[in-house]
Ligand binder design. Structure first.
Ligand code: HEM
Length: 456
């Protein structure tokens, strides 16, 4: 593994040669995660790829993350809205590429995500967990379920209850496939040979537009219901509806409201759900870790349902969750555009090229993690991990565009981990191939079949 060395300005970063015309496109389309991991192992912290005529650099070192996301963030900007996730989320908080209007949005929404406010939402999180376990209780011991779908449902329940005071559980069956279709579309298009306008009637475009329509229907129903009720709930939806432009006093357009709501709705459940699915996958393969987790839960909770207030007293639960976030970051790499030619550690990054900051590779970087690919919650015990680079662990990114939902995700994730592990053992159905698939987020490709065995 090569580490970073000061290079002469203007050098070309190393990387796989690729094929004539298409460059490395085929590898990316086949397995982007594997391609990035392999190239990191072979070439080191900065790797150059070609996707057709476009240049892309994979970047994987905490010091480089510090440069790209914090110290020189004005040189590495969000992708233009018509190219990436913006096709799905429009001008919402994640995809807005205009610094000033993004800052206004962020300041408006930030209070909703303050720790105190989230703690007050704890009851709603517990209630959603209880609804899920209540459903499970009606099933026989050893029932087989796709646990990835279960996690998607419970986190959808939580995000809509906490942020929009609404119940969309009956829609869960439509939301999952629609989110999967749109994120697949966006990520395949990003590494595709040609980018036809979305309005053209190709089968992929049609499927994308249909899935977007499904999500729009659900989001607009939430908005219209609240407007019709005329009542306030003190939630994010109220905040968005009440927001006024500082210059002209106007409220948000319907389109902007839709973009903000859909952003929180999608980013706020899919990521946490995937993290929890990976947690069950890891725990099923490490029964000794599950046993220690359950021992902590039994001794601290003595059989009662955990609450947010219990989390500080459940250090091993936190360690397990952190270790899953390290090995399976739900957003494994984040894209940035390089508008003007610049250099990074001496390597030339051409104007209009792209960066993929690989959180996945950073969090498995052998310079910072011993036995990097091993699931070992003990590495989080005590103060050990605090001695290393702050950005060697960065599942929520860093700098101004850091995840706004990081505290919510941590509370919710640890709480659900505790509730489910307290209730049952989850075993993997033998014979299935569990492979990660990245379509913006990282999920088990074909779901995760597990059997549920209540403990008492
Ligand atoms: C384990 C769960 C989660 C992970 C791993 C995660 C990860 C991330 C990452 C890496 C980014 C940076 C993206 C970039 O800059 O390109 C991000 C941004 C964001 N996340 Fe999360 N996220 C999680 C949960 C949540 C939740 C629960 C919410 C909402 C309630 C949320 C809402 C957002 C938003 C709105 C942004 C954009 C922030 C901005 O640009 O100002 N995320 N997230």
């Amino acid at each position: 593994m090569s580490t970073i060395v000061a290079n002469t300005p203007g050098k070309e970063a190393p990387g796989p040669r690729g094929e004539w015309l298409v460059g490395n496109m085929r590898d990316f389309r086949r397995d982007s995660l594997g391609t990035l991991a392999q190239s990191f192992a072979t070439y080191g912290d900065i790797v150059k790829f070609k996707l057709g005529g476009r240049v892309l650099h994979m970047v994987a070192h905490p010091e480089l993350a510090q440069e790209v996301l914090i110290d020189r963030s004005s040189e590495f900007v969000k992708m233009p809205k018509h190219q990436g996730l913006g096709l799905m989320l429009g001008n919402g908080l994640i995809t807005n590429d205009n610094h000033e209007s993004w800052l206004t949005q962020r300041r408006m929404m930030q209070p909703m995500f303050h720790r105190q406010r989230l703690v007050a939402m704890g009851d709603k999180m517990v209630a959603a967990g209880e609804r899920m376990i209540g459903r499970w209780q009606a099933w026989p011991d050893g029932e087989t379920v796709n646990i990835a779908e279960e996690m998607m449902q419970v986190t959808l329940d939580i995000i809509t209850q906490t942020m929009f005071s609404a119940d969309v559980l009956s829609e869960a069956g439509r939301v999952g496939p629609a989110v999967a279709t749109t994120t697949h579309f966006v990520s395949k298009r990003g590494v595709g040979p040609i980018q036809l306008p979305v309005s053209w009637p190709t089968p992929n475009n049609r499927a994308f537009r249909q899935a977007t329509q499904t999500l729009d229907e659900i989001v607009y129903r939430l908005i219209n219901q609240r407007r019709a009720e005329g009542t306030t709930h003190g939630d994010l939806l109220d905040m968005l509806l009440e927001a006024r432009d500082a210059d002209n006093g106007e409220s948000m357009s319907n389109q902007q409201l839709r973009d903000e709501v859909l952003t929180i709705f999608a980013a706020g459940h899919e990521t946490t759900a995937n993290t929890l699915s990976w947690a069950w996958y890891m725990l099923a393969q490490h029964p000794e870790v599950m046993a220690r987790l359950q021992a902590e839960l039994d001794s601290v909770l003595e059989g009662r349902t955990p609450t947010i207030a219990d989390l500080p007293n459940l250090p091993y639960t936190q360690q397990v969750f952190n270790e899953v976030l390290r090995l399976y970051p739900a957003a494994p790499s984040i894209p940035r555009l390089v508008p003007r030619e610049t250099t990074l550690r001496g390597y030339t990054l051409p104007a209009k090229s792209m960066i993929l900051l690989s959180i996945y590779n950073i969090q498995r970087h052998p310079e910072f993690w011993s036995d990097p690919n091993t699931f070992n919650p003990d590495r989080w015990a005590g103060d050990n991990h605090k001695r290393q680079h702050r950005l060697a662990f960065m599942p929520f990114s860093a700098g101004p565009r850091i995840c706004i939902g990081n505290n919510l995700a941590l509370m919710e994730g640890q709480l659900l981990l505790a509730m489910v592990a307290q209730y049952a053992d989850l075993r993997l159905v033998p014979g299935q191939q569990v492979k990660p698939e990245v379509a913006v987020t990282m999920r088990p490709k074909d779901g995760l079949q597990m059997t549920i065995h209540p403990r008492h």
